[in-house]
Every structure is written in structure tokens, then in C-alpha cells.
Ligand binder design. Structure first.
Ligand code: FAD
Length: 144
């Protein structure tokens, strides 16, 4: 069994894409050490992150994360045990969604509304969304 936590937060003012890439790169190293995997989505000023691993390791990381000034209002959407990891090969994959319109149809599949309103997503819909690589890759290819 693996412990999994999903949360959302607002990206703090002044935090750039380059800062987010640095967070993901640093997280990859820390999480590899701690046996934690997951995915960090950056979309329309929101972070949406899934952390999975041993309960102690995930909680220790989350305790650090909530003190981080690079985001605000972290809100846990769900946490609990799963049979297996959803992101077994990613120590922390950064998914940057630039084109909200491009993923509206994908969001609609997992959520009643097509608006990206992460606070109202369930952790299950987040996992499904983050596991829809084709749609996310497609939206990533658009924009500068
Ligand atoms: P150090 O890197 O030495 O950091 C020490 C302190 O400096 C920490 O308090 C840190 O918050 C702060 N800090 C470091 N760089 C900056 C900066 N550029 N601006 C402001 N403060 C800074 N960490 C993980 O280990 N795994 C994750 O999966 C993970 N996901 C994250 C997701 C989000 C959305 C955010 C915002 C942060 C995430 N972090 C993650 C980073 C986490 O908040 C800590 O910064 C990090 O774990 C501390 O790493 P360290 O122990 O190596 O300390």
C-alpha cells in the first residue's frame, strides 16, 4: 500500500515558470532520496500536486511545502492509501498547462464544469486529469 496526498495552492505573486522548474528539479532530488513520486501541475496560477510514498515521507515533505513562500493557501483535496503508485517513474514531474482552453474538454471529462477551478476538484478527478498525458501534452505544445 502506498500513501497518496493531493493538494492545490495558489502560485505566489512574482513566482515565474523558471522558479517552478527549479522547484520541480529540487523536488526530484529530495523525493528520489525519500522514495516519493508524484506530479506537479501548474495551470492558470494554480499548483496542483500529487505526492505518493510512505506516509511519514509524504507528510514530512508536505510540512515543508506548506511553509514555502512561493505559494499560498495550500488546501488538501484528499489523502489516503492506494494499492499502487499512479506516478511510479516520476520523482516529480512538472506539467505546465499553458492553454486553458485546450484542456477544457479534458477537465469536463473529470469534472462537471469545464472551468479550471481546482479547489472544487476531487482528488480522484485530479489523478485522472494528471494521468491524461495526451491532452496535457497537447496543451503543452501550444503557446510560447
Ligand atoms: P533548501 O532547499 O535548503 O531550502 C531551505 C529553505 O529555503 C526552505 O524553507 C525553502 O522553502 C526555502 N527556499 C528555498 N528556495 C527558495 C526560493 N527560491 N524562494 C523562497 N524560499 C526558498 N520539496 C520537496 O522536497 N518535494 C516536493 O515534492 C516539493 N514540492 C513542492 C511544490 C510546491 C508547489 C512548492 C512551492 C514547493 C515544493 N517543494 C518540494 C519545496 C519545499 O517547499 C521546500 O522548499 C524544499 O523541500 C526544501 O528543500 P531542502 O530541505 O533541500 O531545503
Amino acid at each position: 500500500m502506498i500513501y497518496q496526498m493531493t493538494y492545490v495552492s495558489k502560485v505566489a505573486d512574482g513566482v515565474t515558470l523558471s522558479d517552478c522548474k527549479a522547484i520541480a528539479a529540487h523536488s526530484e532530488k529530495n523525493n528520489a532520496r525519500d522514495g516519493v513520486t508524484g506530479c506537479l501541475m501548474l495551470c492558470d496560477g494554480w499548483f496542483l500536486q500529487v505526492l505518493e510514498g510512505a506516509i511519514g515521507a509524504v507528510n514530512r515533505i508536505y510540512e515543508r511545502i506548506i511553509k514555502d513562500p512561493r505559494h499560498r493557501y495550500p488546501t488538501i483535496l484528499g489523502a489516503g492509501y492506494q494499492m499502487q503508485r499512479n506516478f511510479p517513474v516520476w520523482q516529480m514531474r512538472l506539467v505546465h498547462v499553458r492553454d486553458i482552453e485546450a484542456i477544457a474538454a479534458v477537465i469536463r471529462r473529470y469534472h462537471a464544469s469545464s472551468a479550471f477551478d481546482p479547489i472544487s476538484l476531487t482528488s480522484e478527478s485530479c489523478i485522472s486529469l494528471l494521468n491524461d498525458p495526451m491532452a496535457l501534452e497537447d496543451s503543452n505544445r501550444k503557446g510560447p
